[in-house]
Design a protein around this ligand. Sequence first.
Ligand SMILES: [Zn+2]
Length: 304
Amino acid sequence: MSIPRRLALLIALPLVLTGCATSSGAEDGTVDVLASFYPLQFVAEQVGGDRVDVDSLTPPGAEPHDVELSPAQVSRIDGADLVVYLSGFQAAVDDAVTQTSPEHVVDAATEATLRPEGHEEESPEEHDEHEHGDTDPHFWLDPSRMPSVVDDVAAALSELDPDGADTFAANAAALTQRFQELDAAYETGLAQCDSRTFVTSHEAFGYLADRYDLHQVGISGIDPEAEPSPARLAEVSTIVRDEGVTTIFFETLVSPKVAETLADDLGVDTAVLDPIEGLSDPDADYFSIAEANLDALRMALSCS
Ligand SMILES: [Zn+2]
């Protein structure tokens, strides 16, 4: 046996062993799921129904990008039956998952869900100046990318709770259908618009723009807390004037100051486009926010 094959076996062995272990879940019989932030929490809740208990590592109303974890939260990751997260998005969660190596993990970052960061905006020359391998995390804003995560969560839950497999499959099918209907509503709602360019403070809508043939102009970049440079503000102002942009979008979890100041200077409106990273309104959910986003985009882009 060659050295690399022996190594591969050594690495694979613990995975095989833990894969066979059956877990009985929490003491009340429900599966204890820990999601790293809201859209993944939502999927786990919808698929798991009352057979699961879902908690999020990002508190409601908090901005998930730079979440920090307490030692208690790290040990919750260790103790959870299932962890659902997105690698490459929240460094503290990545570290905690590596440290504790929980038995059952769904990582939403697969080839199918993620695209390289800045993919739409950059020329090939510009792209070469950046490190390769960085991906844009915000896949959940393209509803057509959600069903593969739904399936992964349903499969993991069925392994943990085989008696619930039929329920999880039915819930997953219903949820997938809702994502497909939302995708169709976006497709139709954004088909005929006077403009296809939208300006947003937090550059979270690249997947959405790709899917529905829109052009996203981000003020602050992928990280919502980043301060835009004066040069970037000047570029965005030029785009707003040249393309007749009527609205600058900001989001609910981060201060709207930059967007408001720029909109004031340019004499255009501001409106909310929510990246669905956390809930600021407890009565809202993924679908109600996504529908409000569609309305806001249709208004700003004058869609018929
Ligand atoms: Zn974001």
